[in-house]
Design a protein around this ligand. Structure first.
Ligand SMILES: [Zn+2]
Length: 376
């Protein structure tokens, strides 16, 4: 079993500027410039920890390349791709669409390198060079729709890789699991009428985008039933996410029987994250990863390919990511979660009736999925 890893220094060079957290600086309105919340620091520290822990030596390095325009156009409109290029060509950069998605000078090429990195990782998995893999890419992608950037996302790398897998690699049925704390609205919208791609998003209810990711969003037309959402109440942690995995994600994957599982791997449901109010620990991510690996082994020759999405705590995201990647590579390092004692209480929080009800609603939708698995 081999685990692939994609990283490139250029991912850290995507320049999100001096917004005050997420809001563009505007001195006249009293908004002083500060560091944008989606900055390289957490990602840099993830990569450094993977290296310093010795884990890097156990991974197969997959070199990224820039996605071609033709590859982007499988998902995005021509006008949108051109818009990102135009914004990127501006000396001071611009925005991808919603005013909260900075495009730095040159970010067009970096976003193509993110999407292309995921394409290369999926290709390696399809060819059997690796069993599974992790692309530590920037900028993130899961909020980007076909024609609009949103929530720090420029190109939807996961969607581009899914379409590439279908068009070039003979992988017909793709499941996208998204456990970023925010709704995977872009990926959902891109595949909303398509039964060949199942999207499952676990997220904090009504967080970002606002009023998005309800269980009523379930797909349309041929794709009816193939979009699943589990909007979890704020404060959901280990027990709620594990319950959602067992009640919704795993049964849905079993019914759908994918050829490939893609993971929108956000660590912003971590307990110290500033961008959401969920309570996962590094141990939670490890446990959830184990469940997905088992599903991939059972259903699609272990093919589980993850793209980094959110995760904004520079000091805790690296330990969540290391736990995830250790599990993926079926190994451990000498590094343990230095905050394990501090977060133990959070992890012990029992499932609440509100969480159980929210997950129960999603559970009922799983039965709408046509089952390809024949029972004997
Ligand atoms: Zn997020």
């Amino acid at each position: 079993m081999t685990t692939g890893y994609v990283f490139h220094p250029e991912y850290l060079w995507h320049d999100t500027g001096t917004s005050a957290g997420v809001v563009p600086a505007n001195p006249a309105a009293g908004i002083a410039p500060a560091v944008h919340i989606e900055n390289p620091e957490a990602k840099r520290r993830v990569h450094e920890l993977i290296h310093a822990s010795g884990l890097l030596g156990e991974l197969m390095i997959i070199e990224p390349r820039r996605a071609t325009v033709a590859e982007l156009l499988r998902v995005h409109t021509e006008a949108y791709v051109q818009h990102i290029k135009t914004q990127s060509d501006l000396h001071g950069g611009g925005d991808a669409g919603d005013g909260y998605s900075p495009v730095g000078h040159g970010s067009y090429d970096i976003a193509r390198l993110a999407a292309g990195g995921l394409i290369e990782l999926v290709t390696a998995a399809a060819h059997g060079d690796i069993t599974n893999g992790y692309a530590l890419v920037r900028p993130p992608g899961h909020h980007a729709t076909a024609d609009a950037g949103m929530g720090f996302c420029l190109f939807n790398s996961i969607a581009v890789a899914a379409r590439h897998a279908q068009a070039e690699l003979g992988l017909a049925r793709i499941a996208v699991v998204d456990w970023d704390a925010h709704h995977g609205n872009g990926t959902q919208a891109i595949f909303y009428d398509d039964p060949s791609v199942l999207t499952i998003s676990l997220h904090q209810a009504n967080c970002f985008p606002p009023d998005s990711g309800w269980t009523t969003e379930n797909g349309v037309g041929e794709g009816a039933g193939y979009a699943l959402n589990v909007p979890l109440p704020p404060g959901s942690g280990h027990a709620a996410y594990l319950h959602a995995m067992h009640q919704v994600v795993l049964p849905a994957l079993n019914r759908f029987a994918p050829d490939l599982i893609l993971l929108a791997n956000g660590f912003d449901a971590g307990v110290f994250d500033p961008m959401a109010r969920q309570m996962l620990t590094a141990a939670s991510y490890r446990h959830m990863t184990r469940l997905l690996i088992d599903a991939a082994d059972r259903l699609c020759h272990g093919r589980l390919v993850a793209a980094h999405e959110g995760g904004y705590s520079p000091f805790y995201t690296p330990y969540c990511a290391l736990a995830f990647l250790e599990e993926l590579a079926a190994t451990t390092t000498h590094v343990t979660d230095p905050l394990a004692v501090v977060v133990a209480g959070y992890a012990a929080e029992p499932l609440t009736p509100q969480q159980q009800a929210a997950i129960g609603e999603a559970t009922q939708l799983v039965s709408r999925l046509h089952s390809r698995v024949t029972t004997s």
